[in-house]
Design a protein around this ligand. Structure first.
Ligand SMILES: NC(=O)c1ccc[n+]([C@@H]2O[C@H](COP(=O)([O-])OP(=O)(O)OC[C@H]3O[C@@H](n4cnc5c(N)ncnc54)[C@H](OP(=O)(O)O)[C@@H]3O)[C@@H](O)[C@H]2O)c1
Length: 274
């Protein structure tokens, strides 16, 4: 028996059309899972679904399109998934809004400028989207007797950006990002306690995995000085790639992690210890 197999398992994956999400979706389908691809853009979702149907015809993925800021619609969609699926085995809270809404790459994210509304929007994206999904899906998993929840965190929950790292660039990481994801890290532990013993709740915290190819909100060019400044603290001689994370996703999703809960698994190329 392959303990990493995800055959007959159904996964809810938020932010599936994003840079990391697409790799997570492929890896999950590759290990046999039926992946429910969540996103806010129907065109992107249909395109990803089409690719997965071609590459992994047996995985029978499906799409659900809604904006996570619309909490009532999110609840309706999660309840639809519960009604339409025989069971939900895995929930991956990966979506995040890397736009001006949350103060990314924008002066509105600086500590001097953050308004109450901006702080709440950041809380919504970094914490509440995951919390709401856990609130709805967690009890279903508990009742069915098994389940695995994976929250995607960040190395910034433990490390503020280095002083001067963004100087002379258009890149900017808003003041509240790390603290809100740190709250999600603690929620991961609390929910591990609340949902045990049936449901495991863990977090994967990536270091810098820059999107240097795409056009997404958090894309960055290869020669941006932020990357060379960051690389000085990475023990391996390169930035992270999404495939550096997919092994951990499969581990936490599968029965291989059957005795693991409340863990924050940092994957950062050695940034933390450097
Ligand atoms: N990349 C890194 O270096 C890195 C490092 C540490 C942690 N992380 C974490 O990894 C996760 C994924 O990041 P990423 O780099 O893949 O970012 P990304 O490419 O921007 O993906 C984010 C995803 O969230 C979705 N999203 C944004 N706003 C939404 C909304 N209002 N409703 C529904 N979905 C929404 C996006 O949808 P669209 O596809 O429609 O834009 C996208 O699919 C995040 O939780 C992030 O904090 C990333």
């Amino acid at each position: 028996m392959n303990m990493f197999s995800l055959k007959n398992k159904t996964v809810i994956l938020t932010g599936s059309t994003g840079y990391l999400g697409k790799y997570f979706a492929r890896a999950l389908a590759d290990f046999g899972a039926r992946v429910l691809l969540l996103g806010r853009n129907q065109e992107k979702l249909d395109s990803l679904l089409g690719e997965l149907q071609k590459e992994y015809p047996e995985s029978q993925c499906a799409v659900y399109c809604f904006d996570q800021y619309d909490h009532e619609e999110a609840r309706r969609q999660y309840e639809r998934m519960i009604a339409e699926e025989k069971k939900i085995d895995i929930l991956i809270n990966n979506a995040f809004d890397f736009s001006k809404n949350t103060g990314f790459n924008d002066p509105s994210g600086r500590w001097e400028n953050v308004t109450y509304e901006k702080a709440v929007t950041m809380f919504d994206s970094a914490f509440y989207w995951a919390f709401q999904a856990i609130q709805i899906i967690g009890p279903v998993m508990k009742q069915q007797g098994s389940g695995s929840i994976i929250n995607i965190g960040t190395f910034h929950a433990d490390h503020p950006p280095m002083k001067g790292i963004y100087e002379g660039t258009t890149i900017f990481n808003p003041i509240i990002y790390g603290p809100q994801k740190a709250a999600l890290k603690l929620l991961t532990k609390r929910m591990a306690v609340e949902l045990a013993p049936e449901v495991r709740v863990n977090m994967i915290s990536p270091g810098p995995v820059p999107n240097t190819a795409g056009k997404s909100a958090n894309a960055i060019t290869k020669d941006d000085p932020v990357l060379s400044r960051l690389s000085k603290r990475i023990l391996f001689d390169r930035m992270g790639h999404p495939t550096d994370l997919t092994g951990a996703v499969i581990y936490f999703a599968s029965d291989a992690s059957s005795w693991t809960t409340g863990v924050n698994f940092v994957i950062d190329g050695g940034y933390d210890v450097a």
